[in-house]
Design a protein around this ligand. Structure first.
Ligand code: HEC
Length: 132
């Protein structure tokens, strides 16, 4: 083989490794989540709503996916992201600012009272995981 072939091969390998690392980047942000022994009654309902409307992006128990960040994360402790930010996120969507997942769209069909149940679900898991 001549030098030229080696260059092309090396180029291919570099590009492949680059793209593989890109596709793993967001997935690696997902966190391990411990569940509370018992959820409050509101949180149990909130969990069902969460699974239906939020889990595709925020992952099982809010642990994160390649499409959205973990909500069981210091960023989202109540002092930094109050309950109000949950209502606003669902109503208006979120412009990317903490991560590189892109935009969270407004979540249609999820009412204020739904969010009032989703919040305790997330908070109870956050507490169990020492977020606050
Ligand atoms: C299509 C994917 C997607 C869905 C579905 C989704 N989210 Fe998000 N969410 C995101 C992304 C992406 C971000 C991060 C934006 C950033 O800060 O970079 C985010 C951020 C948030 C934040 C932080 C808001 C802030 O002020 O920084 C909250 C709270 C939130 N989501 C709650 C929810 C809840 C509750 C649901 C379900 C009702 C939900 N999300 C459904 C993608 C999603």
């Amino acid at each position: 083989m001549n030098k030229y072939v080696w260059f092309v091969l090396l180029g291919f390998i570099t590009i492949t490794v680059f793209f593989i690392s890109l596709s793993f980047k967001n997935k690696d942000l997902a966190v391990q989540v411990k569940l509370p022994k018992q959820f409050s009654r509101t949180a149990i309902e909130g969990g069902k709503l969460f699974n239906k409307n939020c889990m595709v992006c925020h992952g099982k128990y809010g642990s994160g996916t390649e499409k959205g960040p973990p909500l069981i994360h210091k960023y989202y402790e109540p002092n930094h992201h109050s309950d109000r930010s949950f209502f606003l996120a669902v109503k208006n969507g979120v412009r990317p600012h903490h991560w590189q997942f892109g935009m969270m769209p407004p979540i249609k069909g999820v009412t204020r009272s739904d969010v009032e149940k989703i919040i305790p679900y997330i908070r109870e898991i956050q507490r169990e995981n020492g977020i606050f």
